[in-house]
Design a protein around this ligand. Sequence first.
Ligand code: PMP
Length: 437
Amino acid sequence: TMNRTRSAQLYEEALQHIVGGVNSPSRSFKAVGGGAPVFMERANGAYFWDVDGNRFTDYLAAYGPIITGHAHPHITEAIVRAATNGTLYGTPTELEIKLARMLKASIPSLDKVRFVNSGTEAVMSTIRVARAYTKKSKIIKFAGCYHGHSDLVLVAAGSGPSTLGIPDSAGIPTSIAHEVITVPFNDIAALREALDRWGSDTAAVMVEPIVGNFGMVMPKPGYLEELCKLTREAGALVIYDEVISAFRFHYGSTQTYHVFPDQAAVEPDLTALGKIIGGGLPIGAYGGRKEIMEQVAPLGPAYQAGTMAGNPASISAGIACLEVLGAPGVYEEMERLAIRLADGIGAAAVKHGVPLTINRIRGAFSTHFCDHPVTNYEEAQDTDGEQFARFFRGLLEEGVVIAPSKYEAWFLTTAHTDADVDATIEAADRALRNVLI
Ligand code: PMP
């Protein structure tokens, strides 16, 4: 077995100083049998090296942002340049205009944007703005969708909390929980019912248009169109949380649907962004229609600010990352590799008699241990966590890293190659052999 002695030592040490030994609960191995997570020392391209000198192929991609692989030279150069010129000014810069223009050019529903430091902040801010604009307070969200750790959206919130068996976070007053209505995804009747009942008090319907937080789930054909229509009829705003999905499946958001044949293009009123648009540095952004965004200070009464917001390092890394992704064929190549990998894993599962549903969307897919389709959170919950845990541990022993959660996805990056995919299919074959025991 793989020697991870040093990781185990560091974990014991980390536990004494950092709560749970990790700075984000999703990094804990609690849901996959416990024990020490792997402490990484460095990363390059598609690989990690841990503190014991083991090499791993990375399909975690840091939960999404690392779409060009680690330490991509174009991004590294941009970060070094930014650092050399000073990391934070507290004044505007021309760089911010450049990234804003790039986002607007590829996501047409953004008239105006504002940069923040995380996806959590982006989502939080869209809610503030929607409430300021509509002068209403309730939010409708979908079971299992995760929108960061701000109060309102932590109610029934997907991958993070549910991986650890925490249905709703403690520390959220019931008065706030009363402001949130949760309905199942991909169920238009449930949304209609919620809007009939609470629509007149509802500021916004918040949705991951392609769900990343209970395992890559596509909206049913026509679902988002209907969602937008019903929401607007109720006088509420549509907020798309595209923190994971923007620039993941093609160059742009899910709002231009030409890459998804059975979907019509539907534009939200507000969009939350993060992850990929920062090229691996902390970032978030939100934006939308001009008259809505003009609620934000200094133009309007909705206050939102940030000392670190729009810092030159994050913005430069984001610009460089989008430049890499804008090259021809980049997404097609990630999709080609993802198809090969998902097909290989699927075939190995069949060979070993392991029921496995793979939800693949372009260069990303999730592996659900079940024999039914996964189209909503309930179906994602109804999968075998023990089998997933054995698969996860088997892969790790083989030097393959995915997220320690059955709700998360595998991400291909521009750094992965056919050789990586071949090796990973063999690793998955060996891991699946021991999943049913
Ligand atoms: N929205 C979605 C859809 C996410 O997946 C996440 C993070 N996984 C967030 C918001 C929160 O982003 P952050 O962790 O940068 O605060």
